[in-house]
Design a protein around this ligand. Structure first.
Ligand code: BES
Ligand code: MN
Ligand code: ZN
Length: 498
């Protein structure tokens, strides 16, 4: 699908549908909506008068234009109260509009830039949000399904701008939005893919072809190399699987500044291992590589956006399976850092592979390090499917991530790292154990990771809970969310030339 900007008059644009908007309480629309209203002999004003259109946020009214303008249909989108409007609302509304028009078999539409008028939002940011919302909202994972008859795809969306002087800044916004949304959809494709297709080897292949396409350096380490590095924690998780583990490394270089390390959990399927999970809902564990997928996808966006910073992505990828060779509860593993780990529960596998991933990031000189993982069910008890959890050892880094999430329009919430919690992961037989009991499960998992980050500034994003959506919600569609790709890309942008 193509999103582009054009200078002209929305009322005179030739397309399948023109999209205009209305704030709540407005009786005489102005701007592009006013122009379309006049061209339609006051049809929109009449619908407002009759109470058919009220401008409530998310209200979508589609009606025919009977040859009065070149476009055969017009859609009036309600923007709600100006004081409550925001760039995030532009993104979600754009997704709703695009899905609504796809359902009406519209293949091309033109729109005005929602929010850039009386709401007083930055037009460039609004254009970006329209591109993001449209591309994200139209996403579907249909490759394993016969397409339904009668369905069409939206092929082109044009932002029509009256003032030619504003076109280039809108174009900049659209360009950034397209890169971010396409990266997020790439992450969605990875996490939606069934685990028989997306094995660790296949994940490595996809990372490699992305790297080749956008110009990243890549390296895929296989079992002998992982053994040579002494990654006993990672290998302990891989021990039950017939699929060979892969350590995926992608590098983006721009200048001689610091190297941001992004470490992603790449469990391509999590059965729980010997501490096997209940059958109900286990299919969702095909998405247990969502953190790794987000990190890989974000590298694609970073390569295209070219911030002045170095970024290295590390994704330990393996299945977590039971089997004759599998790690057992009570086993002691020696991590790459030299620390020994008592495995209490083989289902707490994410922290084991991340331990070695983080150690490897340190070995490569990364600082700071940010890891991303579908780590704990506990985080969805805490934050539901709305926000991801953030914990870290470095206040500056934590604040920078919060700012990046805000800029990206993704929701994050920090959990405390009080020293008292560390107690829960002390082991009688090893340096540390891999579970800390039911209480504060997300925080004790973070304390486990902190042991391996040591003195390197580090933060951890626990995305279990937001990695999969159970229904469409604005720019988020049912299935893999692709969170937090946009936050990671914004983080790298914010560190440019530091
Ligand atoms: N991958 C799961 C966490 C998860 C749960 C992600 C639900 C998405 C949805 C993780 O490996 C896991 O099993 N965590 C355990 C840890 C426990 C054994 C300490 C959990 O949260 O129950
Ligand atoms: Mn698990
Ligand atoms: Zn897991």
């Amino acid at each position: 699908m193509l999103v582009r900007v054009e200078s002209g008059d929305i009322a005179r644009t030739t397309t399948d549908c023109v999209v205009v908007n209305l704030f709540e309480g407005v009786t005489r629309p102005g701007g592009g909506t006013g122009a379309v209203d006049r061209a339609l002999d006051g049809a929109i004003s009449r619908l407002i008068e009759q109470g058919d259109i009220r401008g409530k946020y998310g209200e979508l009214t589609l009606f025919p234009t009977f040859g009065k303008i070149p476009a055969p249909r017009v859609l009036v989108a309600g923007l709600g109260k100006p004081a409550e409007f925001s760039v995030d609302r532009v993104r979600d509304l754009s997704a709703d509009i695009a899905r609504r028009l796809r359902a009406a078999r519209v293949q091309r539409f033109a729109t005005i830039t929602h929010g850039a008028g009386i709401a007083g939002l930055d037009p460039r940011a609004c254009a970006q949000a329209i591109a993001e919302g449209t591309i994200l909202g139209l996403y579907r994972f249909g490759k394993h399904k016969r397409p339904e008859e009668d369905t069409t795809e939206v092929e082109e969306v044009v932002l029509v701008e009256h003032d030619p002087a504003k076109v280039s800044s809108l174009e900049e916004g659209v360009e950034l939005g397209v890169v971010l949304a396409e990266a997020q959809n790439f992450a969605r494709d990875l996490a939606n893919e069934p685990a028989n297709v997306l094995t660790p080897t296949e994940l490595a292949h996809r990372a490699q072809s992305l790297a080749a396409a956008v110009g990243l350096e890549w390296e895929i380490l296989d079992r002998p190399q992982i053994e040579a590095l002494g990654m006993g924690a990672f290998l302990g998780v891989a021990a039950g699987s017939h699929q060979p583990p892969k350590l995926i490394v992608l590098r983006y270089r721009h200048g001689d500044g610091p190297t941001l390390g992004l470490v992603g959990k790449g469990i391509t399927f999590d059965t729980g291992g010997i501490s096997i999970k209940p059958a109900a809902g286990m299919e969702e564990m095909k998405g247990d590589m969502a953190g790794g997928g987000a990190v890989i996808a974000a590298m694609g966006a970073i390569a295209r956006l070219k911030p002045k910073i170095n970024v290295t992505a590390i994704v330990p990828a393996t299945e977590n399976m039971p089997g004759g060779g599998a790690t057992k509860p009570g086993d002691v593993l020696r991590a790459m850092s030299g620390k020994t780990i008592e495995v209490i529960n083989t289902d707490a596998e994410g922290r084991l592979i991340l331990a070695d991933g983080i150690t490897y990031a340190r070995r490569l000189g990364c600082s700071p390090i940010v890891d991303v993982a579908t780590l704990t069910g506990a985080i969805s008890v805490t934050l539901g499917n709305v926000a991801f959890g953030l914990m870290g050892s470095d206040a500056g880094l934590v604040e920078r991530i919060k700012a990046a999430a805000k800029a990206a329009g993704e929701k994050v919430w920090e959990l405390p790292m009080f020293e008292e919690y560390r107690e829960q992961i002390k082991s009688d037989v090893a340096d540390i154990k891999n579970t800390g009991g039911r209480n504060a499960g997300s925080i004790t998992a973070a304390f486990f990771l902190k042991e391996f980050a040591e003195d390197t500034p580090w933060a951890h994003l626990d995305i279990a809970g937001v990695d999969v959506m159970d229904k469409d919600r604005g720019a988020l569609v049912k299935g893999a969310s692709g969170i937090p790709v946009r936050t990671l890309a914004h983080l790298a942008l914010s560190m440019s030339a530091l």
